[in-house]
Design a protein around this ligand. Structure first.
Ligand code: DGL
Length: 274
């Protein structure tokens, strides 16, 4: 397919909706196609190899739909699969198409938010183990100290719609306590998993008042807008009718119910197999 097509947005499940929402706000004229791999979520505790293969399946699916540009709105996929896809797969498979992630745009700006030069990163086990955030942030802000905390229970809680469960507070409290033990001067905490903004209010309860809590949605949306300006050859391949399409590898009805609550607007998804 060579005509213009929607921008593909991918996540393991619902989390990428927090990024998509900001992209739609920032770029309302563009068409977007969202895929949540809910049937195989969470990705955060899976091996590099599995996350890579799952993510590549999704990217190929987007390409089959005609998309020229795909955003991995998932830190785990960005940390564990993006580089291999960009360097090893794209050149042979689709040299004119592009796959971008969420880690680099966040790393480019995060240091601007901190005065103490100590930043806390809350992420999945996979993202923390990849060390992608410390490595990327050091490229732009060599003076910033990074403290990471893996929160393996948070995505299953969100995917299973258990945010309001009193047991959830236990896990949030444990992880926040552990993060601030690692760096008591942290003044910026990044929600480095696109699922976490869905639990923002609950996380804020355990955050010292002077600490800023950052989500990636706006940062990534701004970065996409800049990318499209810098790459007119790609911009012209992105269709612009202001449409939104949603796909899930699990049950469409569940995705519509839960996704709508998270996205803040009606969702009508279709089930696909990848
Ligand atoms: N929302 C994803 C992330 O940003 C994936 C979480 C998961 O599936 O474990 O890391």
């Amino acid at each position: 397919m060579t005509g213009s097509a929607p921008i593909g947005v991918f996540d393991s499940g619902y989390g990428g909706l927090t990024v998509l929402k900001e992209m739609v706000n920032r770029l309302p004229d563009y068409d977007f196609m969202y895929l949540g791999d809910n049937a195989r979520a969470p990705y955060g505790t899976r091996s590099f190899d599995i996350v890579y293969h799952y993510t590549l399946d999704a990217v190929k699916w987007f390409f089959k739909q005609g998309c020229h540009l795909v955003i991995l709105a998932c830190n785990t996929a960005s940390a564990k699969a993006l580089r291999t896809i960009q360097q090893n797969d794209l050149p042979g498979m689709a040299p004119d198409k592009r796959v971008l992630g969420v880690i680099r745009p966040t790393a480019e700006v995060i240091g601007n938010y901190s005065e103490t030069c100590e930043v806390g990163i809350l992420a999945t086990k996979g993202t923390v183990a990849s060390n992608s955030y410390p490595l990327e942030i050091q490229k732009f802000f060599s003076n910033i100290q990074i403290h990471q905390e893996a929160c393996p229970m948070w995505v299953p809680i969100i995917e299973n719609n258990e945010i309001e469960n009193p047991g959830t507070q236990y896990f949030i409290k444990e992880n926040m306590h552990s993060l601030f033990q690692k760096g008591e001067n942290i003044d910026v905490v990044l929600l480095a998993c696109t699922h976490y903004p869905l639990m923002r209010a609950q996380i804020e309860e355990y955050l010292p008042v002077q600490v800023k809590l950052l989500s990636q949605g706006e940062i990534v949306a701004q970065s996409l807008a800049d990318y499209l300006i810098r790459h007119p050859e790609m911009e012209t391949k992105c269709s612009k009718k202001g449409s939104l399409q949603f796909f899930t590898t699990d049950t469409a009805r569940d995705f519509d119910e839960q996704g709508s609550a998270f996205f803040g607007g009606g969702i009508r998804s279709s089930h696909i197999d990848i």
